[in-house]
Design a protein around this ligand. Structure first.
Ligand code: FAD
Ligand code: NA7
Length: 444
């Protein structure tokens, strides 16, 4: 029997499991599946942990999410086509839920599909080589400290790419008397109450961690961008300046000459695509971009069509894009989609990469990733969902952010699956200090 290995049970790994289970539900003979998860529980980044550094077995902690994290895009844009928010919560809920609510939603579908039986928890994949048309996978059962080797016909890598921080160095760091951390290790904004915080970066983490620090009472928040400022209308107490030059004692000096007294430096300088367990010939090497190289349809490894990567793109679209990727990978594995010849594959990849290289602003990027997702969507039987509505929602969301970065999370969107219009949340985001699911779901 064909054997498939999946690595990771974040949203991508769970999409893959659900894709196979949906095939089985429809009467198809699915392959034998083993899913490896190095943590003791599922949900990937959405499974919050206080831990930073390494876990109790010495394994690096992959978690990058923090307390008080609320969805940074409308939930309607990531809704599963086969499992609506209405179905999960039994009532309409606002458009920007906190982490715990989305975690509950992700797991709701996985539990309904009964896919836990495929997962080996606390089991890290430590080595993968490809020999004689098979993947030889070495994994470590962390609890029992036992290594095992097994052979598989197909491999799906769903290990995420926001877990291994990219940590640059700046002059003066070694003698800085305050705290320096990467966003990966940021857990609780309360720690920075009354402090002068500098946040470096100009993407989602910089934006949100800076806002968190402000919201939970930092004295001042200064954002140092490298290339382009985010340019939002920051509230009083927050500002954006150009790139850190050096630290001298508690003084940060920026490239534009600006100086700031600083207690803590938070590096929001992005993450590395890091696959130390994969043989060189199988390893994706890329930065965080909308069309990583060498992947046909952003999913199939160009040099070995039995190897699939899910969710390796920079992301506007998330859960339902991961689903479209998983459904596509499933249909190739189950021989329902035929791979084209090498020159057609190269041509297809090159066309997407060329389009990606011409993108100039977030609106064009939204269009690009929507077109990409629709292309995949049309190739499989992923259930009905309105990606044109999602495209529109993303553009409205961008405009809301430009209008007011403090209020964009108070807006309401409609479902691309059920049409339900989200109610407004009982408390504006800037005043909502309690991020528990219980409080969020209360009518008032
Ligand atoms: P992950 O969620 O990272 O899951 C990967 C899984 O693989 C983990 O469970 C990990 O333990 C496991 N794994 C890794 N290596 C191994 C190994 N060698 N062996 C076995 N198991 C392994 N997206 C949104 O849609 N909305 C948001 O608001 C949002 N906020 C975010 C905030 C932060 C701070 C970050 C970092 C990301 C955010 N994202 C958000 C994007 C996020 O990337 C996706 O939502 C999603 O979690 C990606 O899923 P994934 O399965 O690819 O990866
Ligand atoms: P991103 O989106 O990959 O952004 C990385 C940021 O880091 C980006 O603004 C870079 O600036 C900046 N960067 C990179 N190197 C440096 C150095 N040396 N100094 C200063 N700044 C640097 O990662 P994020 O963590 O923001 O977002 C990841 C996910 O988390 C995302 O999907 C969200 O949903 C949440 P540049 O733009 O290149 O000038």
């Amino acid at each position: 029997m064909t054997k498939v290995a999946i690595i990771g049970t974040g949203p991508c790994g769970l999409s893959m499991l659900r894709a196979f289970q949906q095939g089985e539900e429809k009467g198809e003979n699915i392959p034998e599946i083993v899913c490896f998860e190095k943590q003791k529980d599922w949900g990937g980044l959405w499974n919050y942990s206080w831990r930073t550094g390494s876990d109790e077995y010495g394994d690096p902690v992959p978690n990058s999410m923090y307390r008080y994290l609320w969805s940074n895009g409308p939930k309607e844009c990531l809704e599963f086509a086969d499992y609506s928010f209405d179905e999960h919560f039994g009532q309409p809920i606002p458009s920007f839920p906190p982490r715990e609510v989305l975690y509950d939603y992700i797991l709701g579908r996985a539990k309904k599909a009964d896919v836990k039986k495929y997962i080996r928890f606390n089991t890290a994949v430590t080595n993968v080589v490809y020999n004689d048309n098979q993947f030889e996978i070495t994994s470590l059962n962390k609890e029992k400290n036992i290594n095992s080797k097994e052979k598989f016909d197909y491999l799906v890598v769903a290990t995420g790419h926001f877990s291994v921080p990219y940590i640059p160095e700046y002059k003066g760091m070694n003698s800085f008397p305050g705290r320096i951390l990467h966003g990966h290790d940021f857990r609780d904004a309360e720690e920075f109450r009354d402090k002068n915080v500098v946040v470096l970066g100009s993407s989602y983490s910089a934006e949100d961690i800076a806002l968190q620090c402000y919201k939970y009472g930092a004295n001042s928040v200064t954002i140092g961008y490298r290339n382009n400022a985010m340019g939002f209308k920051w509230p009083h107490g927050m500002k954006e300046v150009h790139y850190l030059d050096k630290l001298e004692g508690n003084t940060a000096t920026f490239k534009d000459g600006h100086t700031q007294n600083i207690d803590a430096l938070i590096l929001c300088s992005g993450y590395l695509h890091y696959f130390p367990f994969l043989d060189e010939s199988l390893k994706l090497k890329t930065g965080n971009r909308l069309y990583p190289p060498n992947l046909y349809k952003g999913v199939v490894w160009q040099d070995n069509h039995k190897l699939f990567y899910l969710g390796m793109q920079d992301q506007f679209h998330t859960f339902n894009m991961f689903d479209c990727q998983a459904w596509f990978a499933r249909d190739i594995i189950m021989d329902k989609i035929k791979m084209p010849n090498d020159s057609e594959i190269t041509k297809d990849i090159n066309e997407w990469v060329e389009k990606e290289q011409k993108l100039e602003d977030p609106i064009q990027m939204i269009d690009f990733q929507t077109e990409y997702t629709k292309d995949l969507y049309s190739a499989s039987n992923y259930p009905k969902i309105d990606f044109e509505l999602i495209r529109k929602h993303f553009k409205d969301w961008e405009h809301h952010k430009e209008e007011d970065i403090m209020t964009y999370r108070n807006k309401s969107f409609s479902s691309p699956v059920t049409g339900t219009v989200a109610p407004l949340h009982h408390t504006p985001w800037a005043e909502a200090m309690d991020d528990s699911m219980e409080t969020f779901l209360k009518a008032k």
